[in-house]
Ligand binder design. Sequence first.
Ligand code: FAD
Length: 549
Amino acid sequence: MLHARTSVVIAGGGPFGLMLANELGRRGVATLLFDQKPATAYTPQANATQARTMEHYRRLGFADEVRALGMPADFPTDIAYFTRFARHELARFRLPSSGEARQVVRTLSGSWSAAELPHRCNQKYIEPVLRRHAEALDGVSVSYGWRMNGFRERDNRVEVEVESVSGTARHRIAADYLVGADGARSLVRQGIGARYTGETGVARDFVGGRMYAVYARIPDFYRDIPHAPAWMNVSFNRERRCFMPAVDGKGEFAFHTQLKGHEDERSIGEADAAAMVRQAIGAPLAVEVLARGTWTAGHSLVADRLRGGRVFIGGDAAHLFTPTGGLGYNTAIEDAVNLGWKLAAVLKGAAAPRLLESYEAERRPLAVRNVAYAKGFADSLGLYEPPPEIEDETPEGEAARRRAGEYFQAHGRAEFNIPGITFGGRYDGSPAIVADGSAPPPDAANLYLPSACPGGRPPHLWLADGRSLYDLFGFEWTLLRLGAARGEGFVKQAQVRKLDLEVVDLPLPEARELYAAELALIRPDQIVAWRGNSDAQAAAVLRQLTGHG
Ligand SMILES: Cc1cc2nc3c(=O)[nH]c(=O)nc-3n(C[C@H](O)[C@H](O)[C@H](O)COP(=O)(O)OP(=O)(O)OC[C@H]3O[C@@H](n4cnc5c(N)ncnc54)[C@H](O)[C@@H]3O)c2cc1C
């Protein structure tokens, strides 16, 4: 048994754990990450990286790398609904290719004024990028093939036991903090006595029950299917409903269907799995099964607490979604962004341990909100059932397809055009936000109203020289000076408190109007912490924001 000492142990190397390792490593925090898998995920899971997540990847310097992954740059990221893929197309919600997204984002305003648009790319491609960047950081060690067996909290540390999966080595590590990034069955969640609360086992005609996933190669799909390619393909008929996102845009797909009452996953062989895929296609194409497995749709769960002493949980360990809306992995990434700077600030003495209370205060309500949005989309998709005549070549069949098409056109827009969800998350009432008494904008899935009301995402602006305002933000704190006020009190107080504060002068009437103040203070996770016209309260503001208030 080897004994070691570190600042943070992360148990789990999915998106949450890997992103947290990046946030901590970038701040010089000694971090050991362990994951029991041999390497990052091989099978497809999350397919959508929301725009807010892309903004965080941009902040860390690898958004372009991520945007180059997945499907070819000119592959449309449409969401298309069919009876079967080779038969009738019912509806199509058009979205730009990744190549177009880079250009289009510069022309958008209002709800989509942003540094980045969403990117449709499978998690299996993104995890290696997160891993590579984490591994490149001094002080971060990433070990796959290692299982965390248990932990115990002592007075001023957590003792964590890890073991190589091969069983040849065991370590006991003393850490200042342990973070459970160990997914839905989280040992860490159980260890701190937290429990999932909410709804589970919801039954629907689709995305509510036992699901069967087939990672498949269908080499002739794009040659033989008589419709334009799409990123998300949804089949809607009485025999086999599925959603099947493109994985590489060349013939690999992540097929997900719901098992019928009479279908038993234990008796489904490889040929049966291929037959299910063919049934959704509606044509006898060759289907190569790369991997297959089951999962359950119908969870809307959030842990009753995200912390026990020096131990935190985040990602799927803290909340479990039905994947409609594509929110599970994205919520996990924002958990990491939120926890990372706070842990680092406390470990470096720039903030009081009380700051860490704001992690649960901010992220738990956000998880409850996002889980509810995902459930709404699952109800909208899964409770809408195919009428018996949907595939008939009759006027009744045609009418049924037209009705379904109208329904899915509206559903697709609602589920996949969600600036309000991705940009509109807020931390009102958090101890790490200084409210100014203004009313936050309403929370709506499909509408984001840019607002610098403290507690939300800073309004975005493209500058005349083509840069995004977000590229001017410092890696830690930013003071935006938008008018005559100099805010020197913040500069002085930041020095006293050893806070890294970037001062950005932006004397643009447009920016002043957007922020509705002369000064705005932006947190390291790109959230407006405070705004105002004078620095008179600078000392009190920074005291509160660093957990000393
Ligand atoms: C079919 C499907 C489609 C999805 N689509 C989307 C989508 O479009 N958008 C979206 O945002 N989300 C989606 N999700 C959800 C998304 O995949 C998860 O929310 C995301 O992976 C959560 O990341 P995580 O790091 O918290 O957990 P995980 O990715 O589950 O990672 C947990 C890690 O912990 C490791 N681990 C567990 N126990 C231990 C232990 N004791 N010791 C060491 N390691 C351990 C595991 O090996 C694993 O690697 C989808 C999920 C599914 C199943």
